[in-house]
Each structure stands twice: as structure tokens, then as C-alpha cells.
Design a protein around this ligand. Structure first.
Ligand code: CA
Length: 219
């Protein structure tokens, strides 16, 4: 899952990035509204954390521009404490959720997980496919009830495929959602991760759809 953070307070952006990366997300950061607007228009994110008070272009204008342009990514806005009118304006502009500053990191992570799950059509925190269960809260993966140890990138690949289970995911889509923008992307490594995942969770769950990509399906 790939998340964009648009936040001009460098310390907060850094904290958010570290926590999100530790929880298995690929993260891009923009320090002003102009860069944020551009990234949101051009890169396929699974969720956006958008501060409203931003240099160059304010967050509300960025959000309105995305929604006018048909960008449907789930957006969580960061509002000033106690400012109910910011929340109302934000939701009217197309925000899916909000948090008032200062917020707890755990609450932000829970809201981002829920936004991504709902956007991909999953109501519950556990996503199951055959014997494989991904607990999106803890990031734990089990196969037939037995915990499976995954590396960070194996987890990213599996998490994306689980959220999109039953659907064909092309290699380029997978690459765009497991790597941050500045990461050196090599399409061959995705094949390597899928190969390792097949050995860990069972060879027949991740199907190769010839010429199209991968599909996670119950065996
Ligand atoms: Ca700000």
C-alpha cells in the first residue's frame, strides 16, 4: 500500500513516514501544496494524509482540485484543533476522514487502515483468502492458523494482493503500490517476492495470469 503525506512540518512528516514505513507502507512526502497536488494527480496512491495549512497551495484547494479532476483516492485531512468549520469544509471538499492536531499516531494508523480497507471493499480488519489470513491491525499473516514470517517487501506485496483478492493485478500496478517514488524499481524483484511468497503461503494461491499479472484466489 502506498501512502502520500502532504505536510509542511518536517518533524511531523518524518515521524509519520517512519511509522507508516514500519507498518509496511510505501511512503512519499510532499512539503507544500503544489508538490502534493502534482503527486496526487500523477501517482496511484492507496491513501493520502493531507495537512490543510500548507505553503503555496492550501490543503482544501489541493483536495478540491483532485476531486474535480476525478482523483478518488481516500484522503484523511489534518485539521487545527477545535476548528469544526475546517472539518466541515474539508468533508465538503471531498475528504473521507479527518484528525485534529495533535493526534495520536495509533489513531491515525487505524484510520488509514480503515480507509484503505473500505476503499478496496473490505469491511473487517481481517482479510482472508483460503487458509491465509492477513490481520491488517497487527500486520500478522497466518496460514491455517500458523504464523508466517515475511520480510517487509514480501508483506507489502501480499498485503496489496490480499486487499485486491480475486482481481488481476498487473506487475506495473504492483510495483507502483509497493515502492515509494524515489525507490529504484526493478520489475524482476516483484517476481522474486511473489516466488518467495508462494513458498511461504502455498504455491497455488497466487496465480500468474499470463500477459496480465497476478491474481490472489482461493485454491
Ligand atoms: Ca501545516
Amino acid at each position: 500500500m502506498r501512502v502520500l503525506i502532504v505536510e509542511d512540518t518536517a518533524d511531523l512528516a518524518r515521524q509519520l513516514t517512519q511509522r507508516l514505513e514500519a507498518d509496511g507502507y510505501a511512503v512519499d512526502c510532499a512539503g507544500d501544496g503544489e508538490e502534493g497536488q502534482f503527486l496526487g494527480e500523477t501517482e496511484p496512491y492507496d491513501a493520502v494524509i493531507l495537512d490543510l495549512g500548507l505553503p503555496k497551495i492550501d490543503g482544501l484547494s489541493v483536495l478540491r482540485s483532485w476531486r474535480r479532476g476525478g482523483v478518488t483516492v481516500p484522503v484523511l485531512i489534518l485539521t487545527a484543533r477545535g476548528s469544526w468549520h475546517e472539518k466541515v469544509q474539508g468533508i465538503d471538499a471531498g475528504a473521507d476522514d479527518y484528525l485534529a492536531k495533535p493526534f495520536s499516531m495509533e489513531e491515525l494508523l487505524a484510520r488509514i487502515r480503515a480507509l484503505i480497507r473500505r476503499a478496496k471493499g473490505h469491511a473487517a480488519a481481517d482479510i482472508a483468502c483460503g487458509p491465509v489470513v492477513l490481520d491488517t491491525r497487527s500486520g500478522r499473516v497466518t496460514v491455517a492458523g500458523e504464523p508466517v514470517e515475511l520480510t517487509a517487501f514480501e508483506y507489502r506485496v501480499l498485503s496489496y494482493l490480499m486487499h485486491r483478492k480475486g482481481q488481476v493485478v498487473s506487475r506495473s500496478e504492483l510495483i507502483e503500490h509497493v515502492y515509494a517514488q524515489d525507490f529504484d524499481r526493478d520489475s524482476n524483484t516483484v517476481e522474486v517476492f511473489v516466488g518467495r511468497l508462494r513458498r511461504k503461503i502455498g504455491a497455488d494461491l497466487i496465480k500468474t495470469v499470463r500477459g496480465l499479472g497476478y491474481r490472489l484466489d482461493e485454491a
